[in-house]
Design a protein. Structure first.
Length: 403
């Protein structure tokens, strides 16, 4: 089977959907140790560093296209290149495929329906662009991949798409978190002191790098209206005024749209108590999460919700809103507040400082985290495309229908 995977958006951003595409692509390649399938990896401007290791493998073909303007490239240049590729399957695992591209064997990933469910959190032109892209994907695809049962249900309810053509393939925990957990000294470890020193020194470096205090509450996300940060800050400032907590709040993550006024106000009026770090490098994430007293995720809407799962992976108490997919993903391993209930959020934050986890157990957290692995999701996707290819008998050797 010849499988083309669109990885061109890795050149522009690296948010959750790009991580999804990169991680699934890598797992599909790693699963095929014997090289039975051919993978055609599509990049923009240069091959992404994460895939350099596959150079020289006979079943891996790299295609690098040139382009700067994101919209022009995605909707005009990319389809032109795609028509020249011979593949049985075309996977679009970050953004949906180009509107002008029509072939059999197309599979699109749709992470959420935020453009329908929460349009007020987007710019108007982006709302309509994503609506058009999603509707086109539903019409053009052999099947749709989603990252949660919540999104699957919303697509069925809102867009009346056949449920048998929808597949849920969850996000997974990144290797940096698994590696971090493995580095923790065990009871039978002969080098406990050495490992503890190495971890302590690394944590100290990360603390200095992002100017983190000894104690802090953490919220990590793309800083945008959908993440409900103003609501969190309001609750936090009330707790300060009431004298119920006195440790800083850290807002971490890259700046999204419509946040300039909010961040300027935080910087001017609350600089001593609210720290804005900016983007956190992947290799530093486990330390930033682990050093926090607790993690808070007040988001209005999520197709999956990776940050709270990452926080739980390193053992940090996690407080989350009960919105959208979050209860599905986090299960009983998080402490929830009802979206919009400020009093409940304040109560949960105080419990977090006191490390009162309620009914949440370490065993529950471990089981929850173990459910989400990139290899499991890659297997789900591979079974779907393998089954679908069997239906049309490999008629795609040239990338076109036989007539």
């Amino acid at each position: 089977m010849r499988i083309a995977i669109d990885l061109t958006s890795l050149a522009d951003n690296f948010s959750g959907i790009e991580r999804y595409a990169m991680s699934i692509a890598k797992e599909l390649i790693e699963m095929d140790a014997e090289g039975k399938d051919t993978y055609i990896l599509l990049f923009k401007r240069k091959i992404h560093p994460a895939f350099q290791q596959y150079k020289g493998r006979k079943n891996i073909i790299f295609k690098v296209f040139q382009g700067q303007n994101k919209l022009l490239f995605a909707q005009v240049r990319l389809p032109f290149h795609l028509y020249g590729i011979k593949a049985d399957v075309f996977l679009f695992l970050a953004f949906q495929g180009p509107i002008l591209f029509r072939r059999r064997g197309i599979y699109n990933m749709i992470p959420d329906l935020v453009c329908w469910d929460c349009p007020q959190t987007m710019k108007k032109h982006m709302e309509w662009y994503f609506k058009l892209s999603i509707l086109n994907a539903l019409w053009a695809s052999e099947g749709i991949i989603t990252i949660s049962k919540f999104t699957r249900r919303r697509i069925i309810e809102k867009l009346h798409y056949p449920k048998e053509k929808l597949t849920v393939a969850y996000c997974g925990i990144s290797d940096v978190f698994m590696d971090y957990v493995k580095q923790q000294p065990g009871s039978g470890d002969m080098d406990v002191a050495k490992k503890e020193d190495a971890l302590r020194n690394r944590a100290l470096d990360v603390r200095h790098k992002y100017h983190l205090p000894e104690q802090y509450l953490l919220c990590l996300a793309t800083l945008e209206p959908r993440k409900n940060l103003a609501f969190l800050v309001e609750a936090y400032l009330e707790l300060l005024k009431e004298g119920k907590l006195n440790i800083p709040l850290v807002l971490a993550g890259r700046k999204g749209w419509k946040m300039d006024e909010f961040l300027e106000k935080v910087e001017n009026e609350h600089k001593q108590k609210i720290i804005v770090t900016g983007f956190i490098e992947d290799e530093d994430l486990p330390y930033v999460y682990h050093m926090a007293d607790c993690f808070i995720f007040p988001s209005i809407y999520e197709g999956f919700g990776m940050p709270p799962l990452e926080a739980m992976a390193v053992g940090t108490m996690t407080i989350s809103s009960d919105a959208a997919s979050l209860p599905e993903v986090l299960g009983k391993a998080a402490s929830y507040f009802h979206l919009g209930d400020k009093a409940e959020l304040k109560e949960k934050m105080c419990q977090g400082i006191r490390q009162e986890c309620g009914d949440v157990t370490v065993e529950e957290i471990r089981k929850r985290v173990d459910r989400f692995q990139w290899r499991k999701s890659a297997r789900v996707i591979y079974r779907v495309i393998r089954k679908e290819k069997g239906r049309y008998g490999g008629i795609f050797k040239s990338g076109k229908r036989k007539v």
